[in-house]
Write a protein that binds this ligand. Structure first.
Ligand code: CTP
Length: 412
């Protein structure tokens, strides 16, 4: 698992309570640690019936606590364990949070290390309820959750599905990716793009020929999704206009589109109120003028081909340029230039023609950059013509560099 900047060196206090889903928290503790977080785990006595402190110690490389009277391992701001753990933490995430622990938290009961630490802590509190049968929907649990939400706790809604009992319902602990995404949202609050609206496009458009076939542009959408995640980490409200079905970053609003015409309409609707638009999508420049209603059949006993006539699609960034001339929105517009030759000169020309604030130029002939792979090698070009070459890095790192520039352009 790659390092995640927003989790780097952050102290995450992970509370684990008595639920069969406690085994999933081990994966969460492991992934958070691999991503660069310092994970201190507190288990309730009931949690230790499902999974041991030693299991967490093995994956986090840190002491895990299960006893209120335990001596602490050092490195805390005070020698009082529950106060020290709470004061040191950037966030307290209780996953799974049993109905019993939620009830105690709602009433300020502090009878074990986890609940006493939750009372002492001043960091954000995230709760991931997990319970079987009708427990989650029960009015007592819902009333406790309402109290906790009102007090500022961040509730992570459980998944619907099959319980350990064999019953079905709402109350399953969400998977690690979702829990990490929720934690990123909380840690990202107050970031440089707090309160800003960012629209990102991702993937290649598909221009239908008939009900089965299309002409399209190669693009995995990975860079666009990484940009959406980086904007979320910076605290932005993010709309992702996408042609692909990658896992959606937690907190992003998805607008699913297929064709360049649909993407144009979605960009016009959403970018009109946005602070920034980042056009990472590979938009088709040509499309069939009409879509055949039925599948085009080949003729039996003939190897004759067909001729496709293509017409130009509308350039979305040119439409946005016209929109900006009237309304001034979006305030910052970023384009991507996928080039196979004269990379910088072509990218610079496109930046000027499309009236962009920033162009991200990449050489698609390099094996380790561009389509499908997880790395990229780009040069950022701004409207004054200044070039910054970023070297080979992950698409997540490229995304962070682009988002940092967007924030500077918006805030300066
Ligand atoms: N783009 C767009 N609308 C189009 C085509 C491209 O908004 N119909 C955007 C892309 O999302 C990208 C930028 O324009 O941010 C540059 O795209 P690219 O395909 O590199 O350039 P084109 O303008 O299509 O020029 P060419 O195909 O001639 O290289």
């Amino acid at each position: 698992m790659d390092k995640i900047s927003i989790l780097q060196g952050r102290r995450v206090l992970l509370g684990v309570t008595g639920s069969i889903s406690a085994y999933k928290s081990v994966d969460l503790a492991s992934k958070l640690t691999q991503a660069g977080a310092l994970v201190d785990v507190i288990l309730t006595a009931d949690a230790t019936r499902f999974v041991s402190a030693l299991t967490f110690e093995a994956v986090t490389g840190r002491v895990a606590y299960a006893d209120m009277w335990q001596a602490h391992a050092g490195g805390l701001p005070t020698h009082i364990l529950h106060v020290g753990l709470g004061e040191a933490a950037d966030a307290l995430l209780i996953a799974p949070a049993s109905a019993h622990t939620l009830a105690k938290l709602a009433h300020g009961i502090a009878d074990n290390l986890l609940t006493v630490t939750a009372l002492a802590a001043r960091c954000p509190l995230l709760l991931a309820p997990a319970m079987d049968g009708g427990m989650y929907e029960h009015p007592a649990t819902q009333a406790n959750l309402a109290v906790l939400r009102e007090r500022g706790a961040w509730l992570i809604e459980p998944d619907y599905g099959r319980f350990a009992s064999g019953l079905e319902g709402k109350g399953r602990l969400p998977d690690t990716a979702r829990l990490m995404g929720e934690l990123r949202r909380v840690l990202g609050r107050g970031g440089r793009l707090q309160g800003r609206r960012v629209v990102v496009t991702a993937g290649g458009t598909r221009e239908a020929i008939d009900p089965v076939r299309y002409v399209g542009n190669r693009s995995s959408g990975k860079q666009g999704y990484a940009l959406a995640q980086a904007a979320l980490d910076a605290g932005a409200h993010v709309t992702l206009i996408s042609t692909v079905a990658l896992p959606l970053p937690v907190g992003a609003e998805l607008v699913a589109v297929e064709s360049s015409a649909q993407m144009l309409a979605a960009v016009q609707a959403h970018a009109a109120h946005a602070d920034a638009l980042i056009m990472a999508a590979a938009v088709a420049d040509f499309r069939p003028p009409t879509i055949a209603e039925q599948k085009i059949k080949k003729q039996d006993d003939s190897d004759a081909g067909i001729t496709l006539t293509l017409q130009r699609t509308e350039d979305i960034l040119m439409a946005v340029k016209a929109m900006r001339e009237v309304s001034g929105m979006p305030r910052v517009v970023v384009g991507f230039a996928a080039e196979s030759e004269n990379v910088l000169a072509n990218a610079q020309r496109k930046l000027e023609r499309k009236g962009l604030d920033l162009m991200v130029a990449n050489d698609i002939t390099a094996a380790d950059a561009g389509f499908g792979v997880d790395t990229n090698r780009v040069t950022l070009i701004d409207s004054k013509g200044a070039h910054t070459s970023l070297g080979l890095m992950s698409k997540a790192q490229v995304a962070e560099a682009v988002i940092a520039r967007v924030a500077t352009l918006l805030l300066d």
